[in-house]
Design a protein around this ligand. Structure first.
Ligand SMILES: Nc1ncnc2c1ncn2[C@@H]1O[C@H](COP(=O)(O)OP(=O)(O)O)[C@@H](O)[C@H]1O
Ligand SMILES: [Mg+2]
Length: 358
């Protein structure tokens, strides 16, 4: 039985529906990431799970029991917010123990739990400090500590790393993942950052406009995106996607270029309306080779690799990624080969067309 189930859940604010007939199952101990652009309904969904927001329709089931009418405190769920929401006038010790104090737990028990959590989160030296005297990463840990003090069955994170600088974000990402592995608490983690989603999740739910577009492992989401939206959302630089026209001679016109897919792909390609290829699956070579020619318009050296914007003969721009030292110079003409087994095809309704492995 999954630890958490959402069944046909929707949410309306007055007459506006922001979550539409959504289903989700999370297993015990799983780390699930909800990822999507700002405004797609991630926080609303999390708050409905926590019980901080009413559900307009559908069911929330926690540990096999209907939870729609349970008070947040009865759900065994803790939530960590982006702002941390620490009490500035309380010490770290008091912040972590606050939930237990509200529950009127005995003082000795509160002290024991707070000390135990401070050990695991390496907060012992800071227990008597106030939040104002802590770094961003330490505040984050206190917020997690406070969430853990109540021994939740499920912990919810709403963009907890968004306020941190890039270096700290990477460190905290690793720390949170390690922490999850050590404690095995069912986790639902909201972010708009696809790198966090890819690196932290057991499963990712890609959200768009109040719906889940795909719910799968990070590698399946990357390698077999269910539709054009997911294909373009996950992956950096973004996948190149072209609308396709089918020409009489069996070729495809994509991005203003005539392409001839290999034999094995041709039947499937007949049904496709969009063709996608990731920047690292384009092979750059001499101008006479490959599937088309292109001109290098911009070049960004990242060190070990380089990102190029290439202009196709019809004017369309595509992104390619190469090993840094191999990047052709600005303004040069190159041949661009498609690694056809890595091409993604999408039907007119934008869903994935599975292709035979070439
Ligand atoms: N209290 C509210 N009243 C009305 N609309 C809201 C309220 N909270 C959120 N919304 C709307 O619901 C949608 C989803 O918001 P939210 O869940 O905060 O998105 P996300 O967390 O993905 O950025 C947005 O269009 C937002 O404007
Ligand atoms: Mg939000």
């Amino acid at each position: 039985m999954p630890e958490l189930q959402l069944k046909h859940v929707s949410k309306k604010y007055s007459s506006v529906e922001v979550i539409h007939d959504l289903n989700l199952e999370v297993e015990q101990g799983e780390f699930v990431v909800l990822v999507g652009a700002s405004g797609c309904g991630k926080s609303t969904l999390l708050r409905m799970i926590a019980g901080l927001e009413d559900i307009t329709e559908g069911e929330v089931i926690i540990d096999a029991k209907p939870a729609n009418d349970l008070h947040p405190r009865q759900r065994g769920i803790s939530m960590v917010f982006q702002s941390y929401a620490l009490y500035p006038h309380m010490t770290v010790r008091e912040n972590i123990g606050f939930g237990l104090k509200l529950e009127k737990q005995p003082k000795a028990e509160i002290a024991r739990v707070v000390n135990e959590i401070a050990e695991t989160l390496q907060l012992v030296p800071y227990l008597e400090r106030r939040p104002g005297q802590l770094s961003g990463g330490q505040k984050q840990r206190v917020a997690i500590g406070r969430a853990l003090a109540r021994k939740p069955r499920i912990i919810l994170f709403d963009e907890p790393l968004s306020n941190l600088d890039a270096k700290l974000r990477v460190e905290m990402r690793a720390e949170l993942t390690q922490f999850h592995h050590a404690h095995d608490i069912t986790t639902i983690y909201v972010t708009h950052d696809q790198v966090e989603a890819m690196t932290m999740a057991d499963r990712i739910a890609v959200m768009n406009g109040g719906r889940i577009e795909q719910y799968d492992t990070p590698l399946n989401i990357y390698n077999r995106p269910a539709n054009k939206f997911v294909a373009e959302f996950i992956g950096s630089p973004q996948m190149n996607v072209f609308a396709v026209r089918h020409l009489a001679d069996g070729r495809l016109s994509a991005g203003g270029v005539r392409l001839l897919p290999p034999e094995a792909l041709r039947t499937r390609a007949n049904d496709c309306a969009f063709l996608g290829i990731r920047p690292d699956q384009l092979r750059l070579a001499g101008p006479e080779s490959g599937d088309t020619t292109a001109t290098v318009k911009t070049l960004e050296h990242m060190g070990s690799e380089a990102f190029l914007r290439l202009q196709l003969p019809g004017g369309a721009l595509i992104t390619a990624k190469t090993q840094g030292p191999d990047a052709p110079g600005l303004g040069t003409s190159v041949g661009v080969g498609f690694n056809w087994p890595a091409v993604h095809l999408f039907a007119k309704n934008e869903t994935r067309i599975e292709c035979p492995h070439i």
